[in-house]
Write a protein that binds this ligand. Structure first.
Ligand code: DSN
Length: 425
């Protein structure tokens, strides 16, 4: 149907399918949904308006979407051991903004993690509108890679924030939620965790779950959780009404019920025992990738990975002959930059993203690091042995980023490997 009616869009989708099939996808926030999630997402539920919440809507004809949304809510609560769930946020940014407005008054202070230390734009980066509404202050990480809890405590005591926020988009270490909660209790602050990156790992029980401890927890549903592009807020019962009001009518209009249906399908998948095996394999694969990159002389920001992602600090390129190659690679005569590394890898069908490293002296569009993650290729069946190969290919590519022969060889290897692990569509 689409092919005939709109060949431009049809062809773009086909080419994207081909790109996804032939690519080693290492962007840590991306994943491949199951055909069942895709079916729900592409369903006729997109036709329906349903402002409000199940059994309390502003429109007629909502009996079926009530079942869909209530099922999604019930499954999200079960998955994360939550007292309340709101499954309507359109994505992670909206979930975060809704949570801030639910818990705080305009102008109040939020203590969150610095963006270049692994935080997120919506945690109060000055370029965002939300930074003009609330007063964000930021803690950082130590050179050893842990969050600087002493600095966090000092800032909390000094500034008396109304909310302490943890969570990240590029941090590879675990978080001590108990310690954060203790500090927050001392200054009478709310606690919020943005678990967008690690939601699947938490749901599977392989990383600690902050939901029972914290006041509010936000997430996307499309990263390690392997659902459709969207958001969710989990919170204590005492905040349920204000969270719901903040999402609708506070910030959003009609919920996207086709998307909520796909979330429900993904939550069910995450409740199955196989999902735990998937999450365990993500962690094993990240370790395998870390080990091979370290053996090849790369520096891992924050020291190591305890989750699914790795931030490579390219300012400290591998020693010996590799260092020479790195220097030759950069037009400025210095080390290879994040953008150069991302481009060189994309030439061989390995996709990752350039990323800031802590206190990065370079600009966000050409920073000093690249960010890698294992969730997507683990979905396709990669195990440690494949990630060891991936690590070697990355090392070879980044030490000879301008050598066409080396890159041609890697590209062939990538094509052979991706063919062996096809997408399920
Ligand atoms: N854009 C997401 C990521 O890649 O981590 C975070 O919002």
């Amino acid at each position: 149907m689409l092919k005939k009616q709109d060949p431009i869009i049809y062809d773009a989708i086909q080419k994207e399918l081909e790109r996804q099939q032939n690519t080693i996808e290492l962007i840590p926030s991306e994943n491949y949904v199951s055909p069942a999630v895709l079916e729900a997402l592409g369903s006729i539920l997109t036709n329906k308006y349903a402002e409000g919440y199940p059994s309390n809507r502003y429109y007629g004809g909502t009996a079926n979407v009530d079942i869909v949304e209530q099922t999604a809510i019930d499954r999200a609560k079960k998955l994360f051991n939550a007292e309340h769930a709101n499954v309507q946020p359109l994505s992670g940014a909206q979930a975060n903004i809704a949570a801030y407005f639910a818990l705080l008054k305009q102008g109040e202070t939020i203590l969150g993690m610095d963006l270049s230390h692994g935080g997120h734009l919506t945690h109060g980066h000055p370029v965002t509108k939300i930074a003009k509404i609330f007063n964000f202050i930021r803690y950082k990480t130590l050179p050893t890679g842990e969050i600087d809890y002493a600095q966090l405590r000092k800032m909390a005591l000094e500034h008396k924030p109304r909310l302490i926020l943890v969570g990240f988009s590029a941090y590879s270490r675990s978080i001590n939620y108990k310690k954060i909660k203790e500090i927050a209790d001392k200054v009478n602050a709310y606690t919020m965790a943005d678990i967008a990156h690690i939601a699947g790992l938490i749901a599977a029980g392989v990383l600690e779950n902050p939901v029972p401890l914290f006041d509010a927890v936000t997430s996307t549903t499309h990263k390690t959780l392997r659902g459709p592009r969207g958001g969710v807020i989990l919170c204590k019962k005492q905040f349920a009404a204000q969270i719901d009001k903040s999402v609708f009518p506070g910030l959003q209009g009609g919920p996207h019920e086709h998307n909520i249906a796909a979330k429900a399908v993904a939550f069910r998948e995450a409740l199955q025992p196989e999902f735990k095996q998937y999450a365990e394999q993500i962690l094993k694969n990240a370790k395998a990738l870390e080990n091979v990159l370290k053996q090849n002389g790369f520096t891992i920001a924050f020291g190591t990975t305890e989750n699914h992602l790795l931030l490579i600090d390219l300012r400290n390129p591998p020693a010996g002959p590799l260092r020479r190659s790195f220097s030759e690679a950069s037009e400025a005569g210095k080390n290879i930059s994040g953008l150069e590394a991302q481009t060189a890898l994309e030439d061989v069908n390995i996709v990752c993203n350039k990323n800031m490293i802590p206190d990065d002296p370079r600009q966000p569009l050409d920073p000093s690091g690249i960010r890698l993650g294992t969730p997507a290729m683990t979905t396709r069946g990669f195990k440690e042995q494949e990630f060891i190969l991936v690590g070697k290919m990355i090392s070879d590519c980044l030490t000879s980023p301008k050598d066409p022969q080396v890159k041609q060889q890697i590209l062939e290897q990538v094509k052979n490997l991706t063919k062996k692990f096809p997408l399920p569509y």
